[in-house]
Design a protein around this ligand. Structure first.
Ligand code: SF4
Length: 379
């Protein structure tokens, strides 16, 4: 029996960051109450994939889930554990932003069952934080980390963003010094993308900031990979680094094709085979849909065998050490990858982007940097 991961989207933030195009808006208490009611109703009435009724990870993403109260989080977790059989020692992650939590709230989240924090540090340069429209400072990040440790959190992940407007390699190197000195168990790297329609895109168009430079961002990526390796982190996924044994168990489900069920606005689900579905993106509309028709489904896609195989390949290749086991892949999808993609695989091998280790196909460090080029051969 496959164990599922549960994703819960909380679409509220204290203020909107200048680069953000996620499904999130400013926190309003009445909407948050209605949203939690809708979430609990959606989880309780979930009827998909009975054979995956056991779950071993829960992930509160957003948005800023830590803006909810511990009581609201406990209420949602109660609904999850009534609907799914949660395994002992399930991983329960909550995304948090620095400066949004008090010691009391953190104790409450832990008592409710949250045992991992994913923490939007982004950068330790206050000027860069301001440019991004973040509401916290580097001091808030250090203080929140110390509050998390005091509250008993021993599994903490930092998000960092590279390729910021006007960011230099020296500035990024100082950022890494700061982040690694705090010794989080896990680090996730994001390269800034400038989305049309965001304030940051307009500021760059007006010439207030320079657009991020792709080559410089690549140098930042390489520096992060080297520095984390030097101090004992493993780069287990293209953009994720951890101390031994501290991979994100929830995110591993996305890369290994295990089932996950998403609740809340804009949440996506996968049955672990070929079926994907997703919810309405807007929070108010999501609440209305739950109230009027009992679900918020807006899209449902059945992948054919070839699409499912391609997806398993490019998601699996993201796991750098583990790669894709081609015998297992052939048994599952009845497709011989070496034959099917012979010309592309030969080209990528010659260019040093991929390597074979017996039956394992994996990206090389150079391939990790140019992964989109490799993945595009499969889709
Ligand atoms: S905290 Fe995250 S989700 Fe919220 S506005 Fe900023 S980037 Fe978007």
């Amino acid at each position: 029996m496959k164990r599922a991961g549960i994703y819960i989207h909380i679409p509220f933030c204290r203020a909107r960051c200048s680069y953000c195009d996620f499904a999130t808006g400013t926190y309003e208490s009445a909407l948050a109450d209605a949203y939690v009611r809708a979430l609990v109703a959606e989880i309780s009435s979930f009827g998909g994939a009975e054979e995956c009724a056991e779950a071993d990870t829960i992930y509160f993403g957003g948005g800023t889930p830590s803006l909810l109260t511990p009581e609201q989080i406990a209420h949602i977790l109660g609904a999850v554990s009534r609907r799914f059989r949660m395994t002992p020692r399930a991983e329960v992650t909550m995304e948090m932003n620095p400066g949004t939590v008090t010691p009391e709230a953190l104790r409450g989240f832990r008592e409710a069952g949250v045992n991992r924090a994913s923490f939007g540090a982004q950068t330790f340069d206050d000027g860069e934080l301001k440019r991004l429209g973040r509401t916290h400072t580097a001091h808030d990040t250090r203080r929140t980390l110390s509050l998390l440790r005091d509250a008993g959190f021993d599994n903490i992940s930092f998000d960092l963003i590279a390729g910021l407007p006007d960011q230099t390699l020296e500035g990024w190197s100082r950022n890494l010094d700061e982040a690694l000195a705090l010794r989080p168990e896990h680090l996730s790297l994001y390269l800034l993308e400038v989305h049309e329609g965001t304030p940051l895109a307009a500021q760059i168009r007006e010439g207030r900031y320079t657009a991020p430079d792709a080559d410089l961002a690549a140098e930042m990526y390489i520096l992060l990979a080297e520095r984390t390796r030097d101090v004992g982190y493993e780069q287990y996924e293209i953009s994720n680094f951890c101390l031994p044994g501290r991979e994100s168990r929830h995110n591993m489900k996305y890369w290994t094709g295990e089932p996950y069920f998403g609740f809340g606005c804009s949440a996506h689900s996968f049955d672990g085979r070929t079926l994907r579905w997703s919810n309405e993106r807007d929070a108010r509309r999501y609440v209305e849909m739950l109230e009027t028709r009992g679900d918020a489904l807006v899209e449902r896609t059945e992948l054919d065998e070839r699409e499912a195989s391609a997806e398993a390949l490019f998601l699996g290749l993201r796991l750098l050490g583990r790669g894709v086991n081609l015998s297992e892949h052939r048994a599952r999808f009845r497709l011989d990858v070496r034959e099917e993609y012979a010309a592309d695989l030969s080209r990528f091998t010659d260019a040093g982007l991929i390597e074979f280790d017996g039956d394992i196909l994996r990206l090389t460090p150079a391939g990790a940097l140019l992964s989109n080029e490799v993945f595009s051969a499969f889709v």
